[in-house]
Design a binder for this molecule. Structure first.
Ligand SMILES: Cc1cc2nc3c(=O)[nH]c(=O)nc-3n(C[C@H](O)[C@H](O)[C@H](O)COP(=O)(O)O)c2cc1C
Length: 171
């Protein structure tokens, strides 16, 4: 969350980055329930993703993978198709020196399975994240700020290069 908030403060003038804070409201995905209605929190998220030109997904590395809450959210979204052909940047953080790469790889695999337009060059993995933010979760590391700028510019370029007619066919 701290990384996403830092990213939202470093966008260019042309771009608005809205940080989604509703993950905690997404119920556990269970395909065996009697009614197959989409929960309000998931429907709300779908609308937000549909309205966005691009998406940044961020995860801490948990047990060499993505967080369970994020995976649960993606389990809900896969059948909706909202991420199909959507430009998506993967970002990942870990307190360990070699962390964040394994969760990044896990997230990329999931996004490919969902047919998202993964913006590979925009990926951002922040290792030793506890040394890069202060106690109020402000980003204090200049190299990470530079990496964020590159990641955002790459996503903006990908969004501007998208063939909108493909997206319209999908939605
Ligand atoms: C349950 C759990 C599992 C973790 N597993 C890993 C791991 O496999 N590899 C790693 O590099 N860091 C791991 N970490 C460290 C987290 O990536 C790091 O603490 C991260 O900043 C946590 O973000 P959070 O405060 O948003 O949960 C783990 C942390 C937790 C709490």
């Amino acid at each position: 969350m701290a990384l996403l908030k830092a990213m939202s403060g470093l966008t260019s003038n042309d771009t608005t980055l809205t940080v989604y804070e509703g993950l905690i409201d997404i119920p556990i995905f269970n395909p065996n329930t009697a009614d197959h209605a989409i929960p309000v929190a998931v429907a709300d998220l779908m609308l937000k993703i549909r309205a966005a030109d691009g998406v940044i997904i961020s995860t801490p590395e948990y047990i060499y993978g993505v967080s369970g809450a994020l995976k649960n959210m993606l389990d809900w979204l896969v059948s909706t198709g909202v991420l199909i052909s959507k430009p998506v940047v993967s970002t990942s953080v870990s307190t360990q020196a070699l962390g964040a790469v394994r969760s990044h790889n896990s997230l990329i695999l999931i996004l490919h399975a969902m047919n998202a337009a993964v913006v590979v060059d925009g990926s951002l993995n922040v290792s030793r994240v506890n040394t890069k933010f202060d106690e109020q979760f402000n980003l204090i590391d200049d190299l990470t700020k530079q990496a964020i700028a590159v990641s955002l510019a790459t996503l903006e370029h990908a969004v501007n290069s998208v063939d909108k007619s493909i997206i319209e066919l999908d939605t």
